[in-house]
Design a protein around this ligand. Structure first.
Ligand SMILES: C[S@@+](CC[C@H](N)C(=O)[O-])C[C@H]1O[C@@H](n2cnc3c(N)ncnc32)[C@H](O)[C@@H]1O
Ligand SMILES: Nc1nc2[nH]cc(C(=O)O)c2c(=O)[nH]1
Ligand code: SF4
Ligand SMILES: [Mg+2]
Length: 207
């Protein structure tokens, strides 16, 4: 827990909030309000939101205020992302969302134990700080980022740990997409339990 963030989860470091279309994974195409919490110590060298890493740069914001903002938009779905959102206790935030009838999604590396009440958990495990063992069985979706060929073995290792009905996705690392997307296409055709996930918001030029 970052020192100045209260452990009761009533206030969280908020980097940004925006209403957009979920661009990745199983829920691609659905309108949702995104909440990006600051703070991450996983250290993916290709992370597309490194500005989120230092929690102290992002203002502590009341969870109630965050939910109030989200309620002004038509889609009653919130995606909590980061940074690594599970650094924080998300029980208070998600309980408050549930009181307002909001559908709750999370994007996580799984590097910290799960807190909060979630309708959809997207687990994206990272070699740089592996997930805690308990989280794999709780995931609805496993989304592995492919930076090079070695990531297929990493993906299979985690596919062994998730629940039988967990959806399996391979997503190209953005800066390597030209090289790795053809590898993913071949891999999915040879191993059809996997599906391809693209960062469609980047092609659509939306947040
Ligand atoms: C920025 S992360 C924040 C949530 C959490 N820390 C995590 O990594 O799952 C949101 C999603 O973007 C993915 N991602 C980050 N950088 C990426 C990149 N350069 N190319 C493709 N996906 C990326 C992550 O794997 C994760 O699924
Ligand atoms: N549109 C859109 N979809 C996303 N899905 C996961 C994202 C994330 O950064 O967690 C993301 C994002 O940043 N934008
Ligand atoms: S875990 Fe997520 S936020 Fe943290 S460095 Fe990796 S991709 Fe970025
Ligand atoms: Mg993103």
């Amino acid at each position: 827990m970052i020192a100045q963030v209260p452990e009761d989860g009533t206030h969280l470091p908020l980097m940004e909030e925006f209403y957009t279309i979920q661009g990745e994974g199983f829920n691609t195409g659905k309108a949702a309000y995104f909440i990006r919490l600051g703070g991450c110590d996983v250290g993916c060298h290709w992370c597309d939101v490194k500005e989120s890493w230092d929690a102290s740069l992002h203002p502590l914001t009341s969870a109630d205020t965050i939910v109030q903002h989200a309620m002004q938009y038509p889609a009653k779905t919130i995606v909590v992302t980061g940074g690594e959102p599970l650094i924080y206790n998300l029980n208070y935030l998600t309980a408050h969302m549930k009181e307002h009838g909001i559908t709750t999604f999370i994007e996580t590396s799984g590097a910290y134990p799960l807190s909060g009440h979630w309708d959809w958990i997207c687990l994206s495990p990272k070699k740089f700080k592996a997930p805690v063992p308990s989280i794999a069985k709780q995931a609805h979706e496993l989304k592995v980022i492919v930076f090079n060929k070695s990531d297929f073995a990493w993906a299979e290792q985690h596919a062994q740990m998730v629940a039988p009905d967990c959806k399996l996705y391979l997503q190209p690392e953005w800066s390597k997409a030209k090289e790795v997307t053809p590898l993913i296409i071949d891999y999915v055709m040879a191993h059809p339990k996997w599906e391809i996930s693209l960062q469609t918001h980047k092609y659509l030029n939306i947040p």
